[in-house]
Design a protein around this ligand. Structure first.
Ligand code: HEM
Length: 221
């Protein structure tokens, strides 16, 4: 139970971060200057002078990193436990060892998790470390807005982000629902409402994140 609560708690932190990040990205609609100014503020001055320059950025980075480690540790431990438990149950029921069934959702969560992990490494290389210079020679010489414009004018990058955002949306859809169940908020009557709530959050994340890259792809920004 403790593992499930930890997964739910770290998952909620991710969703809050994602909503914040997605909302921030929508600043591109206010033009290059507004977006570049926002990116600068986010990096240097968020919560300044309560915190030193870049203080919030580092708190956020460390928090997200710890959350990823805890979330993955809990996921793998729970998966191994469930696999063992199911394996034993099948042996008792049928008298022979049967490979544990893999539900569609469990497979989506696992493979989705792998795709998301690979994509996050790429994403950080592209926009934080500035070493994956897709669509331009040298990202470090560009403004944050120009990096988005250069990157998303390349169709395969847009497609890669689409796959990753779909994986994230599916992950969140299941995650939000099971977090509500784990935290004891679920009941038969509320189940439909929670599923709807999970669908809604997933749809907002998918559409909200993919709108700016799609506009860049079609030259509308
Ligand atoms: C279409 C979707 C996305 C776009 C266009 C996008 C864009 C960006 C950009 C431009 C930055 C650099 C900000 C800056 O340095 O000025 C950034 C940083 C970051 N993004 Fe995203 N992002 C997207 C989705 C996501 C998602 C889904 C996640 C999490 C799973 C995520 C996690 C991060 C993290 C952790 C950073 C690093 C912040 C830092 O340490 O500097 N991004 N993103």
């Amino acid at each position: 139970m403790a593992l499930k609560v930890l997964m739910a708690a770290t998952g909620i932190i991710f969703v809050l971060f994602l909503l914040f990040h997605m909302y921030g990205n929508l600043k591109v609609f206010f033009g290059p200057e507004a977006f570049n100014h926002y990116a600068e503020w986010l990096h240097q001055d968020l919560l300044y002078p309560i915190l030193p320059h870049k203080g919030f950025l580092w708190i956020m980075r460390v928090t997200l990193f710890l959350c990823i480690v805890v979330h993955m540790y809990c996921a793998i431990t729970l998966w191994v436990r469930a696999k063992k438990a199911r394996g034993d149950a099948y042996k008792i029921n049928t008298g022979k060892k049967v490979r544990p069934s893999q539900t569609y959702t469990a497979a989506t969560m696992r493979w989705g998790g792998v795709i998301i992990a690979i994509w996050i490494v790429f994403h950080l290389l592209q926009f934080t470390v500035l070493k994956a210079n897709v669509g331009a020679e040298n990202y470090a010489a560009l403004t944050p807005y120009q990096r988005l414009q250069a990157g998303f004018s390349v169709p395969w990058l847009w497609a890669f982000y689409l796959v990753a955002m779909c994986a994230i949306a599916l992950h969140i859809r299941h995650g939000v629902w099971s977090a509500l169940a784990t935290l004891g908020l679920s009941s038969r009557t509320r189940e439909r409402l929670f599923k709807l709530c999970a669908d809604f959050v997933a749809a907002i994340i998918l559409v909200g994140f993919m709108t700016p890259p799609t506009m860049f792809l079609f030259g509308l920004l």
